[in-house]
Design a protein around this ligand. Structure first.
Ligand code: SF4
Ligand code: SF4
Length: 434
């Protein structure tokens, strides 16, 4: 018997307690220092419980179990619902200070019915037999202007005709102009971004020409919630607005949003995706962002009422009393996620959509796909990335983001490491610490 290669052992932040998390056996425990020594160095004398829980294992049997769980994972993933993003335009009425798409060309065009028909035909052919839903993405999909909106109306008609649910990622400014179209389809969720309370939000996410956007977005969120739409409020965080998070949390609490069943939140890390940002020094690394968030939550626990960060698997464990299934792959690109745009191009996901050189083929004027490039995305998982296959964090991390890995290393079969241990140190302390 040996210590399992999937044990993640470390010490809780601000505590004398240690923890072990093992995603393969599905077990987790708080440990004393003495028990850690049993696990790491003196395992012949370890209690039998450690063997039962898979913290100690026969390496050959453990690898057998690992391969069986991998097969399960792939089977489940092949049955998963597919999220298909559609970009009706790359134009936007906002001038966000950190937009990664601001250098993409955005010719002013209305969406043609031929493109819409070809998009739905792609869903019926390429994704035949898969459960799926559509997410409108941009640019900004809800622009002002009669002829643009009229061109989008046909898209909504086709969603309804095909009984496909629709989600929308919008800056929220012209949402009220689209309630009539939204009422024709089954809306899964509307994602809107607020980067903080009014002053900071308006500085980071002004309309083009520098005009404010906060008040109008808040009104639209109120209306959506009253109409029963599910709102996913996103805040994009960096060093400029992190300190404002408690104020944003209090704002949402005072509005009564956080008590509603159709309101949820997400925090996005502002990060450098494809090209230099105007103020790169305001970006956090993943671990820095969570360290700052952890400190802020300790001082302002009301943040948790607004948003409960995942801290790797810590939140899942605290809410479910068990660990999630092993994560062999954290990148859904070309597996359960695709992104297509109004020009007829096909991409792997939202990170690559619209980026020159990342096209995987076309769905209009003809369906022509680069199957070799698509296979490369589909084959990417933590088993096929050398560094990941040997990593003890593998089943919590899943190999990270394919697009980030490719930008950094020049190819897809490269890791995009998640600071799993540090996240667990903080998250287990927040959610289980005394
Ligand atoms: S490449 Fe990155 S952004 Fe795209 S699906 Fe994979 S993890 Fe998500
Ligand atoms: S991406 Fe890095 S942390 Fe994640 S499994 Fe691979 S090697 Fe480990």
């Amino acid at each position: 018997m040996q210590p399992s290669r999937f044990n993640i052992i470390s010490r809780l932040n601000d505590s004398r307690d240690f923890f072990v998390v093992n995603l393969l056996s599905g077990q987790a425990d708080l440990l004393s220092e003495e028990e850690v020594i049993f696990l790491e160095r003196n395992f012949e004398k370890a209690p039998t419980e450690f063997l039962e829980k898979g913290y100690l294992a026969d390496p050959a049997r453990e690898m057998q179990q690992y391969h069986l769980r991998y097969i399960d994972f792939i089977e489940k993933r092949d049955q998963e619902e597919v999220q298909v993003f559609f970009v009706p335009t790359y134009q936007c009425n906002f001038a966000c200070s950190y937009c990664y798409q601001s250098e993409y060309s955005a010719p002013p065009e209305n969406l043609s019915p031929e493109i819409v028909d070809a998009f739905f035909s792609f869903l019926h052919t390429r994704l035949r037999g898969r459960k799926k839903y559509i997410t409108l993405f941009g640019g900004e999909p809800f622009l002002n202007g009669k002829s643009y909106k009229a061109s989008l109306a046909y898209f909504f008609e086709k969603c309804a005709e095909n009984s496909l649910e629709l989600a929308v990622v919008t800056n929220g400014y012209h949402l009220d102009q689209y309630f009539d179209l939204l009422s024709q389809v089954k809306v899964r969720e509307i994602q809107v971004t607020l980067d903080g309370p009014e002053q900071i939000h308006d500085r980071r996410r002004p309309r083009k020409g520098g005009r404010h956007s906060f008040k109008k977005i808040v009104e639209n969120v109120d209306q959506c919630l009253a109409l029963g739409y599910s709102i996913n409020l996103r805040a994009v965080i960096d060093r400029e607005n992190m300190a404002e998070l408690p104020a944003l949390a209090r704002f949402a609490i005072e509005k009564g949003w956080t008590g509603l069943p159709n309101f949820k939140t997400q925090l996005g890390r502002n990060y450098e995706l494809h090209y230099c940002q105007d103020a790169r020094n305001r970006l956090y690394s993943r671990v820095e962002l969570y360290q700052e968030l952890y400190r802020l939550i300790k001082d302002h626990p009301e943040i948790l009422e607004f948003h409960k960060p995942a801290f790797s698997v810590a939140k899942f464990l605290s809410e479910n009393g068990s660990l999630p299934d092993p994560l062999f792959d954290s990148c859904p690109a070309c597996k359960s996620e695709w992104a297509l745009d109004y020009s007829g191009n096909v991409y792997s996901c939202t990170a690559t959509v619209g980026k020159p050189g990342e096209e995987l083929g076309t769905f209009f004027p003809e369906l022509k796909l680069n199957e070799t490039a698509i296979s490369a995305w589909q084959e990417r998982d933590s088993l096929h990335i050398d560094k990941c296959a040997e990593c003890s964090l593998q089943l919590a991390c899943g190999g990270g983001c394919g697009s980030v890995a490719k930008n950094r290393h020049g190819h897809l079969l490269a890791p995009d490491c998640r600071p799993v241990k540090e996240l667990l140190e903080m998250g287990l302390d927040l959610y289980f610490g005394k």
